[in-house]
Design a binder for this molecule. Structure first.
Ligand code: ASP
Ligand code: MG
Length: 400
């Protein structure tokens, strides 16, 4: 097999851990595989470098930031290669550029535009283990770019597709994707499989095992992904197309504490009002999540939405500039969003009703509801967030 392994910051956090990764890569090699390894910077390294830059200015030039931050991944790539060579393996470390990764010009948040896999393929052809510094590429004018936080996952997926790897294994310090956060629900269970779409919902909802963009790309390019731990021999969780797996009703429950609710009362019920409000929020770069508006009566309506807690004050200011358009507003930063995710909802009824009933039984008031094909989300009082997670986990029998 041709496999891509990707090791995150904690997996390469110090020389002993790089030694551990060396053992794992060597084992995959001994089992007869061709192995390409993508590495992150040592844990804490990227933040440390950002801290250095911010010592001088709060707004360092993005181009220089890319020059700076891309160094973290190079360090681990080189060290892993050195370590493999010391053990008698033929290995080579490549930067993003050397691995043929070309991006657009968006410094610190670049998109991969193309990959020329020839250098990596040639090295594999020569029998080498290829180590690639994650999180980076170059733009057309030859400057180093980085792919956004967590971007090494994206490097790994893109590279796996470009070289036609059989699978891409993403290693971190957790052994897969869980039905919910095990710190909240001790009976949370590791999933054997999950679909790309469910994984996308779970990761954008706050499960931080895989970077969102990398899952999107894996879906688009049909890359078979595994989430595994570099500290155990667990098989991990396979993330793939849903048709290839057994249908389940609900796969996971997610808690997002980073939510604040804004409700506008007595909003003028006229064409263009929503466009005005949300354009203003967008201009201020405020990311709106849930939006709820009901039928107007007597020329006015109520409009509610949620924003990240950090944007709460900003959203308030933007709305104040609008206060001639509504009668009153109400803010609540002490809310959270609880979501039930599962592809089974597409074909089964009653999933949402079961969630609402569970909230009712616990006397938890649901402030907002939104749904998609595979998700039901509820905004509730922050103090009931963990209770709601445990209750829902129970209702859908996710421990079984
Ligand atoms: N080192 C980068 C970060 O901390 C990229 C990565 O680890 O994936 O965000
Ligand atoms: Mg990561």
């Amino acid at each position: 097999m041709l496999v891509v392994h990707k090791y995150g910051g904690t997996s390469v956090g110090d020389v002993e851990r790089i030694e551990n990764v060396t053992n794992r890569v060597a084992k995959a090699r001994e089992e007869g595989n061709d192995v390409v390894v993508v590495v992150s910077a040592m844990s804490g390294e990227t933040n440390k470098l950002i801290g250095f830059a911010e010592h001088f200015t709060k707004e360092p030039a993005k181009k220089e930031m890319d020059m700076l931050l891309s160094s973290g991944e190079r360090v681990t790539a080189a060290l892993l290669s050195i370590s493999l060579q010391a053990r008698g393996y033929d290995a080579v470390a490549l930067t993003g550029r050397q691995a043929g990764i070309v991006t657009d010009d968006t410094h610190t948040y670049a998109r991969i535009e193309s990959i020329d896999p020839s250098a990596v393929k040639n090295a594999i052809g020569e029998g080498k283990i290829v180590i690639v510094a994650g999180f980076q590429g170059i733009n057309k004018s030859g400057s180093v770019t980085t792919l956004g936080r967590g971007g090494s996952d994206l490097s790994a997926v893109a590279l796996a597709a470009a070289i036609g790897a059989d699978q891409c294994e993403i290693y971190s310090d957790v052994d897969g994707i869980y039905t919910t956060d095990p710190r909240i629900e001790p009976n949370a269970r590791k999933l054997d499989t999950i679909s790309y779409d469910e994984m996308l919902e779970l990761s954008s909802l706050g499960a931080k095992v895989l970077q969102n963009r990398s899952v999107e790309l894996a879906k688009k390019l049909n890359v078979k992904l595994y989430a595994k731990s570099s500290f155990s021999d667990d098989v991990g969780t396979l993330i793939a197309e849903e048709s290839s797996m057994e249908a389940v009703l609900v796969s996971g429950i997610v808690l997002d504490k980073n939510q604040a609710r804004v409700t506008l009362r007595g909003v003028a019920d006229r064409p263009g009002i929503a466009a005005d409000i949300f354009s203003k929020l967008a201009e201020s770069n405020i990311n709106v999540d849930m939006i709820i508006q009901n039928m107007g009566t007597d020329g006015s309506t109520n409009l509610g939405f949620t924003v990240p807690q950090s944007e709460h004050e900003n959203a308030k200011k933007v709305m104040e500039s609008f206060d001639h358009e509504f009668e009153g507003m109400d803010f609540d930063e002490h809310v959270c969003k609880v979501s039930v995710v599962g592809v089974g909802m597409k074909s089964h009824s009653g999933v949402a009703a079961a969630a609402f009933t569970a909230m009712a039984k616990n006397n938890i008031n649901i402030q907002m509801i939104s749904t998609s094909e595979i998700k039901v989300s509820m905004v509730i009082d922050e103090k009931y967030g963990e209770l709601a997670i445990r209750t829902l986990h129970d209702v859908y029998e996710l421990d079984k």
